[in-house]
Write a new protein. Sequence first.
Length: 157
Amino acid sequence: MSVPAHRGWWIACWTRGSAALRFSISPKPPLRTARARLPPDAPIEWVVADVLHWQPSGRFDVWHDRAAFHFLTEASDQEAYLKVINKALVPGGHAIIGTFALEGPTSCSGLPVARYDAALLSTRLGSGYRLVRSLNHAHRTPRGSVQRFYYGLFQKV
């Protein structure tokens, strides 16, 4: 599961058949903040890694990416990311991917982004994934502007 946190990205994958959670946050300051908010005995394995080169130590039922994939604008980076998802997800597992929608911004935090809708993201994921559900969302930023997001729930076939 990958979710941006304040000043960082969280990647967390639920492990099959347990309540364990795996988080990867970059940069490190949000990691300290997240750890401080949870009890020391929380069943979480903390990992700091580049998702493009991450080697999952297990297989997962759910991959949740709230806003990482849209920062991958190069085809080679997208392919590396998709290889990690394919390796990490069990057959029948689900990928929840949130990106900027077609009507969303062309850049974020000074970086270019790729924008998607159901058809484009389905095509990018390929025949190994089936679109289960789509959602378009208008997010109001703290500064009052609106950013359009697309969320897709996909099942690995």
